[in-house]
Design a protein around this ligand. Structure first.
Ligand SMILES: [Zn+2]
Length: 206
């Protein structure tokens, strides 16, 4: 792509680092921003800068939060004996939308993926095991997407729990293999949490 301006080229270059944004889309977005009133772009950059510099993660579940403990963890009506293990905040949002789940979450921040160089130590796994050791958690529900990475991650955590007193379950798969939770419809997702199955039987089924 040939640019008539170095400024334009730089902006397109930066924009195209975003996931799913190729050079063409980046150019379209940059030209759109250029046409907008100055203050729209200022509000956007300000929101992003503020997000990046001030964002907090809940010290208990690692969900993105404006407070030390997120609203879910801080809510006394939630059942702290039940913890749903998810990949990222999009899964928390998807499950919360179903209104079928009253327990807490634990956000891993990704999945184990040797291909992408993500190991267990890169994820919030140690704090999960620690939480179980403290004894308030009675059941862990694995709700990672059922990809190979998801299965590997579930199994790794499962092995780490050996000898600890906790029930493990997996969400029932009305959702087809490989589907991401965030795209599952609310009814199906809600049902798959209510109808969860013991983790051991979910391994055999695969
Ligand atoms: Zn939290």
């Amino acid at each position: 792509m040939e640019f008539s301006s170095k400024l334009l080229e730089n902006a397109v270059q930066e924009m195209s680092h975003l996931p799913g944004i190729g050079k063409r889309t980046a150019l379209r977005l940059v030209l759109h921003l250029l046409k907008q009133p100055q203050e729209r772009t200022e509000l956007l950059t300000e929101a992003l800068m503020k997000l990046k510099s001030e964002v907090n993660f809940c010290k208990s579940c690692h969900n993105i939060s404006d407070t030390e403990l997120c609203e879910i963890c801080a809510n006394p009506k939630r059942d702290e004996s039940l913890v749903c293990v998810v990949e990222d905040i999009r899964d928390v949002m998807a499950i919360e939308n179903t209104s079928q789940y009253k327990g807490l979450y634990h956000v891993l921040g990704g999945k184990i993926s040797p291909m992408e160089g993500v190991g267990p130590q890169d994820l919030n796994i140690a704090s999960l095991i620690q939480k179980v050791k403290e004894g308030t958690v009675k059941e862990l529900i694995f709700a990672l997407s059922s990809t190979m990475e998801g299965d590997t991650t579930n199994f790794y955590i499962y092995r780490q729990l050996e000898g600890l007193e906790v029930v493990t379950s997996a969400i029932a798969r009305g959702i087809s293999v490989g589907d991401e939770l965030e795209f599952a419809d609310e009814v199906t997702l809600g049902r798959s949490i209510v109808n969860r199955v013991p983790f051991e039987s979910s391994i055999k089924a695969n």
